[in-house]
Design a binder for this molecule. Structure first.
Ligand code: 6PG
Length: 250
């Protein structure tokens, strides 16, 4: 278990740009050891902004994109071409712009895919896909104002589930049907980065870092094996518990 580290940036724009730079650097570092980095992507506004910043950065091409393996932390169970889909948003922001190896890009099922509307079969297929892996290098997560991460919501069945990936029904955040990694799966990641901006998230962040349990605040259970990073803008940090600095780096 490691203590969460907090890095503050003065605006949402700087946050997304700085996380983009950090992710490019980590991917290059992992590749230079000869490994194929395994990165779990997130949906949500800040996570997608990070991908946009990577796409517009000259450092984007320092990555050998053919040697990057991508997963998703959660997915909205909607048709493949829906703008709501995390995969579609990530493709538009970055993935369709770089020479990825399609065999290493592991999207979760869509509602018009091979499993049709059987979300349980889609989730089970994702669990099979990741079974036997020795975790991930980096898992990116957003956080909701209620403290959810991926599609693991407070007091919802998923927060009690220890399968690798699960179907989520009646999600409090639309759309209602989703697929998600569970908290135990997220914790197989070497590094977990929780990335978020805005005061609306500040209460949940304060609770997660202030010792809340993961049933009430799932983000409290988002912990990396080697490192847990909270990458925040200053508005998201206004309620940080005492002991954490609220001053941005810049
Ligand atoms: C999703 C997410 C979800 C998201 C948070 C934060 O598919 O909806 O993966 O967990 O990351 O709700 O979203 P925002 O950054 O848009 O607030």
């Amino acid at each position: 278990m490691n203590t969460p580290e907090i890095v503050l940036h003065s605006s949402p724009t700087l946050l997304a740009a700085a996380v983009a730079a950090r992710l490019v650097t980590r991917i290059v570092d992992i590749q230079s050891t000869g490994k194929i980095p395994s990165i779990v992507l997130t949906g949500g506004s800040t996570g997608i902004d990070v991908l946009r910043y990577i796409n517009s950065s000259p450092a984007r091409d320092a990555i050998d994109w053919r040697r990057v393996e991508l997963f998703w932390g959660d997915e909205r169970f909607v048709p493949a071409d829906s703008e709501d889909r995390n995969e579609k948003q990530a493709r538009d922001a970055l993935l369709d712009q770089v020479p990825l190896n399609p065999d290493l890009v592991h999207a979760m099922a869509a509602s018009d895919g091979p499993f049709g509307d059987d979300v349980d079969a889609g989730a089970a297929a994702y669990a099979d896909l990741i079974a036997g892996r020795d975790g991930f290098d980096i898992t990116l997560l957003g956080i909701g104002p209620d403290g959810h991460v991926a599609s693991i919501f407070p007091e919802h069945p998923g927060v009690y589930d220890d399968r690798l990936a699960i179907a989520v029904r009646n999600s409090p955040k639309p759309p209602p049907t989703r697929i998600s990694l569970t908290l135990p799966t997220i914790r197989t990641s070497d590094e977990v980065w929780v990335i978020t901006a805005g005061e609306a998230k500040s209460g949940a962040i304060a609770l997660a870092l202030g010792g809340a349990g993961e049933i009430a605040i799932p983000a409290a259970g988002a912990i990396g094996k080697a490192r847990t990073l909270w990458l925040l803008d200053k508005a998201a940090a206004v309620r940080l518990p005492s002991g954490f600095s609220r001053a941005p780096v810049a």
